[in-house]
Design a protein around this ligand. Structure first.
Ligand SMILES: [Zn+2]
Length: 303
Protein backbone atom coordinates (compact mmCIF):
# COMPACT_ATOMS: atom_id res chain seq x y z
CA UNK A 1 0.00 0.00 0.00
CA UNK A 2 1.50 3.31 -1.05
CA UNK A 3 2.14 6.00 1.55
CA UNK A 4 2.34 9.71 0.81
CA UNK A 5 4.54 12.10 2.78
CA UNK A 6 5.00 15.85 2.40
CA UNK A 7 8.50 17.37 2.46
CA UNK A 8 8.06 21.15 2.41
CA UNK A 9 6.00 21.69 -0.74
CA UNK A 10 6.96 18.35 -2.32
CA UNK A 11 4.68 15.34 -2.25
CA UNK A 12 6.54 12.02 -2.14
CA UNK A 13 4.88 8.63 -2.51
CA UNK A 14 6.55 5.56 -1.04
CA UNK A 15 5.51 2.80 -3.43
CA UNK A 16 6.58 -0.84 -3.55
CA UNK A 17 7.46 -3.64 -5.90
CA UNK A 18 6.31 -5.98 -3.14
CA UNK A 19 7.69 -8.37 -0.57
CA UNK A 20 10.56 -10.72 -1.44
CA UNK A 21 12.31 -13.54 0.37
CA UNK A 22 15.97 -13.22 1.19
CA UNK A 23 18.44 -15.40 3.06
CA UNK A 24 18.94 -13.84 6.49
CA UNK A 25 22.71 -14.01 6.11
CA UNK A 26 22.50 -11.76 3.05
CA UNK A 27 21.29 -8.66 4.85
CA UNK A 28 23.14 -9.34 8.11
CA UNK A 29 26.52 -10.59 6.90
CA UNK A 30 28.82 -11.71 9.69
CA UNK A 31 26.35 -10.75 12.44
CA UNK A 32 25.45 -13.99 14.27
CA UNK A 33 21.91 -15.18 13.70
CA UNK A 34 21.24 -15.18 17.47
CA UNK A 35 21.58 -11.39 17.27
CA UNK A 36 19.75 -10.55 14.05
CA UNK A 37 16.86 -12.92 14.69
CA UNK A 38 15.85 -10.60 17.54
CA UNK A 39 15.28 -7.93 14.87
CA UNK A 40 13.56 -10.18 12.33
CA UNK A 41 12.61 -13.82 12.92
CA UNK A 42 13.39 -16.00 9.89
CA UNK A 43 11.15 -18.78 8.57
CA UNK A 44 12.07 -22.48 8.70
CA UNK A 45 14.25 -22.06 5.60
CA UNK A 46 16.28 -19.24 7.25
CA UNK A 47 14.65 -16.71 4.93
CA UNK A 48 13.53 -13.26 5.97
CA UNK A 49 11.01 -10.95 4.29
CA UNK A 50 12.37 -7.92 2.46
CA UNK A 51 10.33 -5.13 0.93
CA UNK A 52 11.37 -3.56 -2.37
CA UNK A 53 10.31 0.08 -2.06
CA UNK A 54 10.68 2.85 -4.58
CA UNK A 55 9.99 6.58 -4.26
CA UNK A 56 7.85 8.78 -6.52
CA UNK A 57 8.62 12.48 -6.13
CA UNK A 58 6.34 15.23 -7.45
CA UNK A 59 9.24 17.66 -7.91
CA UNK A 60 9.75 20.96 -9.71
CA UNK A 61 11.67 18.95 -12.33
CA UNK A 62 8.66 16.73 -13.00
CA UNK A 63 7.75 13.31 -11.69
CA UNK A 64 10.87 11.52 -10.46
CA UNK A 65 10.89 7.77 -9.75
CA UNK A 66 13.70 6.37 -7.63
CA UNK A 67 14.39 2.71 -8.52
CA UNK A 68 12.13 0.29 -10.33
CA UNK A 69 12.00 -2.95 -8.32
CA UNK A 70 12.52 -6.44 -9.76
CA UNK A 71 10.09 -5.89 -12.62
CA UNK A 72 8.52 -8.70 -14.61
CA UNK A 73 11.35 -10.13 -16.71
CA UNK A 74 11.89 -12.87 -14.14
CA UNK A 75 12.06 -16.57 -14.98
CA UNK A 76 10.05 -19.12 -13.00
CA UNK A 77 13.05 -20.10 -10.89
CA UNK A 78 13.83 -16.49 -9.99
CA UNK A 79 10.19 -15.89 -9.09
CA UNK A 80 10.35 -18.88 -6.79
CA UNK A 81 13.63 -17.82 -5.14
CA UNK A 82 12.33 -14.28 -4.58
CA UNK A 83 8.91 -15.48 -3.43
CA UNK A 84 7.26 -13.27 -6.04
CA UNK A 85 4.81 -15.99 -7.09
CA UNK A 86 2.27 -14.93 -9.67
CA UNK A 87 2.22 -11.25 -8.72
CA UNK A 88 2.94 -9.10 -11.76
CA UNK A 89 3.07 -5.36 -12.49
CA UNK A 90 3.64 -4.90 -8.76
CA UNK A 91 5.26 -1.47 -8.79
CA UNK A 92 3.00 -0.20 -11.59
CA UNK A 93 -0.09 -1.32 -9.64
CA UNK A 94 1.10 0.49 -6.53
CA UNK A 95 1.91 3.62 -8.56
CA UNK A 96 -1.59 3.50 -10.06
CA UNK A 97 -3.05 3.45 -6.54
CA UNK A 98 -1.70 7.00 -6.07
CA UNK A 99 -2.81 8.05 -9.55
CA UNK A 100 0.36 7.70 -11.62
CA UNK A 101 1.08 5.71 -14.75
CA UNK A 102 4.33 4.78 -16.53
CA UNK A 103 3.97 7.59 -19.10
CA UNK A 104 3.76 10.19 -16.31
CA UNK A 105 7.35 9.61 -15.17
CA UNK A 106 9.87 12.24 -16.34
CA UNK A 107 13.04 11.01 -14.62
CA UNK A 108 14.07 7.61 -13.28
CA UNK A 109 17.01 7.56 -10.88
CA UNK A 110 18.62 4.13 -10.68
CA UNK A 111 20.42 4.10 -7.33
CA UNK A 112 22.51 1.21 -8.69
CA UNK A 113 22.10 -1.60 -11.22
CA UNK A 114 21.28 -4.59 -8.98
CA UNK A 115 18.31 -6.60 -10.24
CA UNK A 116 15.98 -5.57 -7.41
CA UNK A 117 16.51 -1.88 -8.31
CA UNK A 118 16.91 -1.87 -12.09
CA UNK A 119 14.82 -4.91 -13.08
CA UNK A 120 11.66 -2.86 -13.59
CA UNK A 121 13.44 -0.25 -15.73
CA UNK A 122 12.55 -2.27 -18.83
CA UNK A 123 9.78 -4.69 -19.74
CA UNK A 124 8.88 -7.29 -22.34
CA UNK A 125 6.83 -5.62 -25.05
CA UNK A 126 4.28 -8.43 -25.48
CA UNK A 127 0.52 -8.33 -24.87
CA UNK A 128 0.59 -11.19 -22.35
CA UNK A 129 3.89 -10.30 -20.66
CA UNK A 130 5.70 -13.32 -22.12
CA UNK A 131 9.37 -12.97 -23.14
CA UNK A 132 9.89 -10.76 -26.17
CA UNK A 133 11.47 -7.50 -27.26
CA UNK A 134 12.65 -5.41 -24.30
CA UNK A 135 11.60 -1.74 -24.11
CA UNK A 136 11.79 1.03 -21.47
CA UNK A 137 8.96 0.63 -18.93
CA UNK A 138 8.63 4.41 -18.55
CA UNK A 139 8.27 5.55 -22.16
CA UNK A 140 8.93 9.30 -21.71
CA UNK A 141 11.52 9.16 -18.96
CA UNK A 142 15.20 9.89 -19.01
CA UNK A 143 16.99 7.39 -16.80
CA UNK A 144 20.01 8.36 -14.71
CA UNK A 145 22.71 5.89 -13.64
CA UNK A 146 26.28 6.19 -12.43
CA UNK A 147 29.09 5.40 -14.89
CA UNK A 148 31.21 3.43 -12.43
CA UNK A 149 28.27 1.25 -11.39
CA UNK A 150 27.31 0.68 -15.02
CA UNK A 151 30.91 -0.43 -15.71
CA UNK A 152 30.74 -2.82 -12.76
CA UNK A 153 27.37 -4.14 -13.95
CA UNK A 154 28.55 -4.54 -17.54
CA UNK A 155 31.68 -6.48 -16.61
CA UNK A 156 30.76 -8.47 -13.48
CA UNK A 157 32.84 -11.19 -11.89
CA UNK A 158 31.81 -14.54 -10.40
CA UNK A 159 30.65 -12.93 -7.16
CA UNK A 160 28.49 -10.18 -8.70
CA UNK A 161 27.24 -11.70 -11.97
CA UNK A 162 23.93 -13.12 -10.66
CA UNK A 163 22.32 -9.73 -10.01
CA UNK A 164 23.41 -7.97 -13.19
CA UNK A 165 21.21 -8.51 -16.26
CA UNK A 166 22.13 -6.50 -19.33
CA UNK A 167 18.53 -6.32 -20.56
CA UNK A 168 17.75 -4.10 -17.55
CA UNK A 169 19.85 -1.28 -19.05
CA UNK A 170 21.08 -2.23 -22.54
CA UNK A 171 17.74 -1.35 -24.22
CA UNK A 172 17.82 2.02 -22.43
CA UNK A 173 21.29 2.73 -23.79
CA UNK A 174 20.25 1.58 -27.26
CA UNK A 175 17.25 3.93 -27.17
CA UNK A 176 19.42 6.85 -25.96
CA UNK A 177 17.41 6.99 -22.74
CA UNK A 178 20.10 6.25 -20.16
CA UNK A 179 22.06 9.27 -19.05
CA UNK A 180 25.34 7.90 -17.73
CA UNK A 181 26.67 10.33 -15.13
CA UNK A 182 29.64 10.73 -12.81
CA UNK A 183 29.14 11.86 -9.23
CA UNK A 184 26.32 13.61 -7.36
CA UNK A 185 23.39 14.89 -9.42
CA UNK A 186 20.82 17.66 -9.07
CA UNK A 187 17.35 17.17 -10.53
CA UNK A 188 15.59 20.52 -10.30
CA UNK A 189 15.95 22.42 -7.03
CA UNK A 190 14.39 19.82 -4.72
CA UNK A 191 16.01 16.48 -5.56
CA UNK A 192 19.66 15.54 -5.50
CA UNK A 193 21.75 12.40 -5.30
CA UNK A 194 24.88 11.74 -3.31
CA UNK A 195 27.41 8.96 -3.86
CA UNK A 196 27.32 6.61 -0.87
CA UNK A 197 29.89 3.89 -1.64
CA UNK A 198 30.12 0.50 0.04
CA UNK A 199 27.25 -1.64 -1.25
CA UNK A 200 28.64 -0.86 -4.72
CA UNK A 201 31.36 1.55 -5.77
CA UNK A 202 29.04 4.40 -6.77
CA UNK A 203 25.60 3.69 -5.32
CA UNK A 204 23.62 6.94 -4.99
CA UNK A 205 21.27 7.87 -2.14
CA UNK A 206 18.54 10.43 -2.87
CA UNK A 207 17.75 13.57 -0.89
CA UNK A 208 14.50 15.51 -1.24
CA UNK A 209 14.86 18.96 0.33
CA UNK A 210 12.39 21.82 0.36
CA UNK A 211 11.56 24.71 2.71
CA UNK A 212 13.94 23.44 5.38
CA UNK A 213 12.57 19.89 5.37
CA UNK A 214 14.49 16.82 4.22
CA UNK A 215 13.87 13.23 3.19
CA UNK A 216 16.68 10.72 2.70
CA UNK A 217 16.03 7.62 0.58
CA UNK A 218 18.83 5.37 1.76
CA UNK A 219 18.70 2.59 -0.85
CA UNK A 220 21.22 -0.16 0.02
CA UNK A 221 23.61 2.28 1.68
CA UNK A 222 21.46 1.33 4.66
CA UNK A 223 18.93 -1.34 3.73
CA UNK A 224 17.28 -1.80 7.15
CA UNK A 225 16.88 0.66 10.04
CA UNK A 226 19.07 -1.49 12.29
CA UNK A 227 21.95 -0.99 9.85
CA UNK A 228 21.93 2.68 10.78
CA UNK A 229 21.69 2.00 14.52
CA UNK A 230 24.60 -0.44 14.41
CA UNK A 231 27.33 0.70 12.05
CA UNK A 232 29.12 -2.68 12.23
CA UNK A 233 26.07 -4.48 10.81
CA UNK A 234 26.86 -4.59 7.10
CA UNK A 235 25.12 -6.84 4.56
CA UNK A 236 27.23 -9.56 2.98
CA UNK A 237 26.01 -8.20 -0.37
CA UNK A 238 28.23 -5.12 0.12
CA UNK A 239 31.34 -5.12 -2.04
CA UNK A 240 33.29 -2.71 0.19
CA UNK A 241 32.07 -3.40 3.76
CA UNK A 242 34.60 -1.14 5.52
CA UNK A 243 33.58 1.74 3.27
CA UNK A 244 29.92 1.02 4.04
CA UNK A 245 30.60 1.71 7.72
CA UNK A 246 32.16 5.13 6.99
CA UNK A 247 29.38 5.97 4.53
CA UNK A 248 26.76 5.20 7.18
CA UNK A 249 28.63 7.32 9.73
CA UNK A 250 28.50 10.29 7.32
CA UNK A 251 24.85 9.73 6.34
CA UNK A 252 23.91 9.46 9.99
CA UNK A 253 25.55 12.82 10.74
CA UNK A 254 23.83 14.54 7.82
CA UNK A 255 20.46 12.98 8.60
CA UNK A 256 20.71 14.08 12.22
CA UNK A 257 21.76 17.65 11.30
CA UNK A 258 18.79 17.96 8.93
CA UNK A 259 16.30 15.99 11.03
CA UNK A 260 15.64 14.04 7.84
CA UNK A 261 12.75 11.66 7.32
CA UNK A 262 14.49 8.36 6.54
CA UNK A 263 13.01 5.93 4.02
CA UNK A 264 14.28 2.36 4.24
CA UNK A 265 14.05 0.43 1.01
CA UNK A 266 14.21 -3.19 2.18
CA UNK A 267 13.24 -3.10 5.88
CA UNK A 268 10.20 -5.37 6.21
CA UNK A 269 9.11 -3.60 9.40
CA UNK A 270 10.38 -0.01 9.51
CA UNK A 271 9.26 1.97 6.46
CA UNK A 272 10.22 5.44 7.72
CA UNK A 273 11.88 6.89 10.79
CA UNK A 274 13.98 9.71 12.19
CA UNK A 275 17.25 9.69 14.08
CA UNK A 276 17.18 10.57 17.77
CA UNK A 277 19.92 10.48 20.39
CA UNK A 278 20.04 7.16 22.23
CA UNK A 279 22.24 5.74 25.00
CA UNK A 280 24.65 4.25 22.44
CA UNK A 281 24.55 7.13 19.96
CA UNK A 282 22.05 8.11 17.28
CA UNK A 283 19.29 5.57 16.73
CA UNK A 284 16.31 5.30 14.44
CA UNK A 285 12.95 6.12 15.96
CA UNK A 286 10.45 4.34 13.69
CA UNK A 287 7.57 6.46 12.38
CA UNK A 288 5.77 4.23 9.88
CA UNK A 289 5.96 0.50 10.53
CA UNK A 290 4.31 -2.60 9.10
CA UNK A 291 3.90 -6.30 9.86
CA UNK A 292 7.10 -8.07 8.77
CA UNK A 293 5.54 -10.76 6.57
CA UNK A 294 2.66 -8.75 5.14
CA UNK A 295 2.94 -7.93 1.47
CA UNK A 296 2.11 -4.28 0.78
CA UNK A 297 0.44 -5.35 -2.47
CA UNK A 298 -2.66 -7.47 -3.19
CA UNK A 299 -1.85 -11.21 -3.25
CA UNK A 300 -2.57 -11.68 -6.93
CA UNK A 301 -2.17 -8.91 -9.45
CA UNK A 302 -3.41 -9.56 -12.98
CA UNK A 303 -0.79 -10.20 -15.64
ZN1 LIG B 1 18.64 -3.91 -2.97
Amino acid sequence: MATTVQIGGVRCHIVSDGLNLSDGGGFFGVVPRVMWERVIAPNARHQIPADDRCLLIESDAGLVLVDTGNGDKLGEKQRQILGVGERRARLLTDMASVGFHPEDVDVVILTHFHGDHAGGATRWDTPDGSPGAVVPTFPRARYIGQRIDLAEASFPNERTAATYKADNWQPLLAAGRLEVVDGPQRIGSQVRTEIAPGHTAAIQVVWVQDRGESLLFLTDACSWAVHLDRLAWVPSFDIFPMTSIETKRTLRRHALERDALLVFQHDAQVVTGRLVSGPRGPEVQPILTKEAWSDPLPTVVGA
